[in-house]
Design a binder for this molecule. Structure first.
Ligand SMILES: [Fe+2]
Length: 166
């Protein structure tokens, strides 16, 4: 079944959940990278872990300032590893199809976050949207077999670094 977007009541609720899920996302993809036998696919998982890590780094100052960072970050990291173990053995192309099918729900959620967020957080909300779109674009490129699936991820990593310098 295709994933559907959750509904949020406040910016704080949406932001806290997003921040947590980027933290668990990093360990999720890192665990998948370790388990993946094909080095080309492992490199994609490893880059997804970096995309999540850099997004966490970008969001962290605001999460800390607002008191929205998780109390037990180690437990959140463990959650990511546990979810990855549930996907063990899934063919890589099935995982890419899962991204194309289910990750647009997160784009909808980040659009809600963008609506709810105060003006000073709009850039961060945009980063969340853009990192998700980069992942979906990557999966489309992989499944089409034409082009470099790393390209949208690398473009996002360059973007998040520019926003850190700004
Ligand atoms: Fe993410």
């Amino acid at each position: 079944m295709t994933a559907t977007a959750r509904r949020f009541d406040s910016f704080e609720q949406a932001f806290a959940l997003s921040f947590e899920e980027e933290i668990s996302g990093e360990t999720y993809f890192a665990t998948l990278a370790e388990a993946e036998l094909d080095p080309r696919n492992a490199a994609i998982f490893a880059k997804l872990a970096r995309v999540e890590a850099e997004t966490v780094a970008a969001l962290r100052p605001l999460a800390t300032a607002l008191g929205l960072a998780p109390v037990n970050e180690v437990a959140i990291q463990r959650k990511g590893r546990d979810s990855a173990h549930n996907r063990k053995g899934q063919p890589f192309s099935d995982f890419m199809a899962h991204i194309v099918r289910d990750y647009p729900a997160y784009v909808d959620e980040f659009a809600q976050l963008h609506e709810l967020c105060p003006p000073e957080a709009k850039t961060l909300a945009q980063l969340l949207t853009d990192h998700e779109i980069a992942m979906i674009d990557m999966a489309h490129i992989f499944l089409a077999g034409v082009g470099d699936p790393h390209a949208p991820l690398d473009a996002y990593l360059a973007q998040v670094r520019r926003s850190a310098d700004a």
